[in-house]
Every structure is written in structure tokens, then in C-alpha cells.
Design a protein around this ligand. Structure first.
Ligand code: PLP
Length: 498
């Protein structure tokens, strides 16, 4: 198994190289040269073992240049009860008849990003050691709120690394901002930019692919890597929980071996749902992958028409981690769907960069329609959905998860499909207490921590210790910069000259 670039199929690197580099030099994303397959017996056997063992098994298919001991080391350190407040790591809750919530937010920062970002530092430092890089790894992150905090927690004080996070000044929730600006650790930097998430992501991508910047870092004994889902080391850990969920449902008797399930994912950068697609291609029986968007519905339109057009209004919503108009991981999916034709990907993504728009071929449109269903909803519908689930099932979900539930309801109404369904629940409702409380009709005129207490009363869910602890932490990072100054910030913070 090796890794190719979506923009140059001749690239041929090991998983350790793909993970430590983050993105290919040609601007493409690393993809596995083949998708390993699992038999139903293998999947069923995973139902009887721990999440760590499930992770070990799936990783061993993708990280073929890692030794067993190296994979064990990564998995055992990341998925321990020290970091997660649920023994199952990914908790499966039964919402209603044949419909399950896959709660991916039992990690230290209360969002699904922890599932990958608790292990990425181990994968990355192990990769660097294997390759004998001997350089400090500088992680640059663009965040729409959750990745930044999860990456900071994962990388804080990890020897041989430094992490710098950029977030859109007006694009994150009060709790998300507090989580990041109070971050502890001697190797961390957090900076707001005047712009939206796409500006932050484009800025980071431009720095990554700037040869002169890379040379300057090299001279100073450093190299960049990425903790965004453009890094294969983010994607691979996300495949595991879909395999794990199927194995768990099987073990619990919720489904029979071979029975297909639908998977619904609240989507932004297309990383989480792409992981579900890989799980399907590996052999997990999946009927439809349901892609749920908020008012920033560029993916809904794309899946329904085959035209990707980012030339549209950008909305700031109550599900900020999905406020994205350029979904990076779509490039990986399209590479697989177009027959791994790197010239086609260069053409489409060249058009995206120059015109903000591209249209895929008829063949690709056909496969998209077979594999996916896409829908979207606005903030009012999201809130109505939170209230409905709260009233009907006494279940409190966050704003992102509610988008997924609403789109799933629309899907069922449109198709009458009764296939059992797993909905990815991507954040704890406590991260978005104000929006959730206002959705269920509670008074929200209070500070962030009073809101947490109110939500505890209303939801009866335990308050995550990490969020409660923020109240007494000092703000360490207050800088806001123009998006044009991101490169300057990186050099200043690393203490090197351009
Ligand atoms: C990041 C995030 C998403 C979107 O996930 P993608 O992999 O970017 O599609 C959805 N919900 C929450 C809570 C998130 O943090």
C-alpha cells in the first residue's frame, strides 16, 4: 500500500510520508493506492473486541509501513479512558425505531474532531521518527471552531512539534472561542483572522504550498504539516468508527450480517462523510450516504446537479463548523470516482481556483446519485428539529447534529426508505448551549457558563469537565490579523526571518 496525489498519480509515498507532509507538493491530497477490503467475518469479529483493537485492525490495513508495535503505541495512547468519558469511545445511542445516534463527542474537546486528533500527534511523531526527519514539525490549522481546539489539545507540549491555529474572528461560538483563547501549552499559538473559514483555509493552503516558505523553514530546522482533514492521518481514524459501529450493531443484534444501513453526516469539509464512503468501499454494507448541509448548501447543489459553484452568499449559521464553501475532501472522492484520472482533477480544481466553479462528467454524476443523497436546512429548521427531538425522545442534540436529523427526516419523507440508519452526532450540545437552549424555548440572556448550567437542568446530561473548567482559565491569545498577514504571523511566532 502506498499513497498517491490526487493531482499527480505518479507520486508514490509511504503512509508515514503522507502523514508527515500533510499535503502533496503539487497541491493534491494523498489517497491510498488501493482501498483494502474487509470480509463480513472480520467485521463481525470486531464486535467482540475493544475500540482500541478495532482501531488497530483497521489501521494495520492502511499503515502498512508501520510496525504492529508502532500502531499499538498510537492506538493505546489515543483511545484511553484518560481522554474519553465513555468506555466505548464512540457511543451508540438508540434514538427511535431503527435510528441510532453515533455520539462522536466523548473526547476532551467535546466534538468529533477528537476521534482523529487524539491520535494524529502519535501518528505524526511516529512517522517523523521512522523517516528520521530530525526537524521540528510545525502544524498549521485553519479552523471553523472545533478542529482548532481538538488539534491544540492533541499537540500541546508534544515534543518536537509546534502548533499554530487560525480561526475566523466572527465565525465561532463563544464557547469555541473561549476553548481556544485559553489554550495551555508552551508550543501553541492561536490567532483570529478578519475573514471567514474559507479565507483561513486558503491562507493555510497557500503557506503550505509556498516553496520559498518551505525553504526558509528547512533552513531553520523545521517543516510544516497539517492537522486539517486534508491530512490522511485525520481521515484514516475516522473510517474506524464507521466500521466499529457496524460491528457494534451486529454484536448488539440491531442488524443482521450483511444488512445495509444508511449513514447520515452533518457535513462541512467533506471529511467525515468521506470516511464513511471509504468504510463502505472496504466492505461495510451501506445503502445511502446522506450528506446534510446548513444554509451553506454548496454540497447539496453539487450532489444534486454535478455543478460545484462556490460563487454564492456565505452564511454565518448556528452550526459554524459547517460554514464552508470549499469542501477540501471532495477532491479525494472525485479522484476515486473519475477513475483516478489526475488530469481531470487538475482541470476541475484549477477551474475551482480560477472561476470558483466546475462541472463533473455525466459518469461521475451518475455514481454520485447512486451513492449519495443530499439535503440542507436553515437555522430556523435546525432549531425546530432540536425542539422536536427534545420533546419527542427526551434527547438533546447540538446544532450540527440537528441538521443531520432534519435532512434525514426529509430523506425519509421523500423516499419512504426504512433502512436502519446511523446519524453521526458530531458535537456535545454544551458547545452550543445558547442556540440549543433558545431552540427548546428557554431564556438565553446569560453568560456562557450560566447557559451551561441551564442546559444541564434542561437536558439532564452531565456537563463535560473540560468545558466546566474553562470558566476559571485566563485568556492567553487576543491577536486579530488581516488574512494577508497570516504568513507574517507564522514567521513572527516561530521566531524566524523571512
Ligand atoms: C467539523 C465538524 C463538522 C463537519 O465535518 P467535516 O468533516 O468537515 O465535513 C460537523 N459538525 C461538527 C460539530 C464539526 O466540528
Amino acid at each position: 500500500m502506498f499513497y498517491k496525489s490526487t493531482r499527480n498519480s505518479a507520486v508514490n509515498v509511504s503512509s508515514a510520508q503522507a502523514i508527515s507532509q500533510g499535503i502533496s507538493k503539487d497541491g493534491g491530497l494523498f489517497v491510498p493506492s488501493e482501498i483494502p477490503s474487509l470480509t463480513m467475518d472480520e467485521i463481525a469479529a470486531l464486535g467482540n473486541v475493544s475500540y482500541r483493537d478495532r482501531a488497530f485492525f483497521v489501521f494495520s490495513k492502511f499503515l502498512t509501513d508501520f510496525t504492529e508495535a508502532e500502531i499499538r503505541y498510537c492506538v493505546d495512547n489515543a483511545y484511553s479512558d484518560k481522554n474519553f468519558d465513555s468506555d466505548s469511545i464512540a457511543e451508540l445511542a438508540h434514538l427511535f425505531d431503527g435510528t441510532y445516534m453515533l455520539e462522536l463527542w466523548h473526547g476532551p474537546t467535546c466534538a468529533f474532531k477528537d476521534m482523529a486528533l487524539q491520535i494524529l500527534p502519535y501518528l505524526l511523531t511516529t512517522s517523523a521518527k521512522k523517516l528520521e526527519l530530525g526537524r521540528k514539525i510545525v502544524i498549521l490549522v485553519a479552523t471553523s471552531g472545533d478542529t482548532g481546539k481538538a488539534a491544540l489539545e492533541g499537540f500541546k507540549d508534544v515534543p518536537g512539534t509546534e502548533i499554530l491555529v487560525f480561526y475566523p474572528d466572527d465565525g465561532v461560538s463563544a464557547m469555541q472561542k473561549k476553548q481556544m483563547t485559553t489554550q495551555e501549552g508552551a508550543n501553541v499559538g492561536v490567532c483570529a483572522i478578519k475573514g471567514n473559514f474559507d479565507d483561513a483555509q486558503n491562507g493555510v493552503k497557500a503557506i503550505f504550498t509556498d516553496a520559498a516558505v518551505a525553504e526558509t523553514l528547512d533552513r531553520n530546522g523545521m517543516q510544516f504539516s497539517s492537522a486539517n482533514s486534508i491530512n490522511w492521518g485525520r481521515l484514516a481514524p475516522q473510517i474506524i468508527y464507521y466500521v466499529s459501529t457496524y460491528a457494534q450493531l451486529l454484536a448488539d443484534g440491531g442488524i443482521k450480517a450483511g444488512e445495509k444501513i444508511n449513514i447520515v453526516v452533518p457535513t462541512g469539509n467533506f471529511g467525515n462523510i468521506l470516511a464513511a464512503y471509504y468504510a463502505k468501499k472496504m466492505g461495510v454494507p451501506v445503502n445511502k450516504l446522506i450528506c446534510a448541509s446548513n444554509a451553506n448548501n454548496v454540497l447539496t447543489d453539487f450532489i444534486n446537479t454535478g455543478v460545484y459553484d462556490r460563487n454564492r452568499k456565505f452564511y454565518t449559521t448556528i452550526s459554524p463548523s459547517m460554514d464552508i464553501l470549499i469542501s477540501s475532501n471532495l477532491e479525494r472522492l472525485l479522484y476515486h470516482l473519475c477513475g483516478e484520472n489526475d488530469a481531470t482533477i487538475r482541470e476541475w480544481f484549477g477551474k475551482l481556483a480560477s472561476e470558483g466553479r466546475y462541472e463533473v462528467s455525466e459518469d461521475v454524476k451518475k455514481v454520485l446519485a447512486e451513492e449519495f443523497y443530499a439535503g440542507c436546512c436553515d437555522d430556523a429548521q435546525t432549531k425546530a428539529c432540536i425542539k422536536e427531538i427534545y420533546d419527542k425522545y427526551s434527547y438533546t442534540c447540538d446544532t450540527h447534529t440537528a441538521v443531520a436529523v432534519k435532512v434525514y427526516e426529509d430523506y425519509k419523507a421523500a423516499t419512504g426508505d426504512k433502512t436502519k440508519t446511523v446519524i453521526a452526532s458530531t458535537a456535545s450540545p454544551y458547545k452550543f448551549s445558547g442556540s440549543v437552549l433558545s431552540a427548546i424555548g428557554a431564556e438565553t440572556d446569560a453568560d456562557e457558563f450560566e447557559l451551561v448550567d441551564k442546559l444541564a437542568d434542561a437536558s439532564k446530561l452531565p456537563v463535560p469537565a473540560s468545558l466546566a473548567a474553562l470558566k476559571d482559565k485566563d485568556i492567553r491569545f487576543t491577536e486579530t490579523i488581516d488574512k494577508a498577514d497570516m504568513k507574517g504571523y507564522v514567521f513572527r511566532t516561530l521566531g524566524i526571518k523571512e
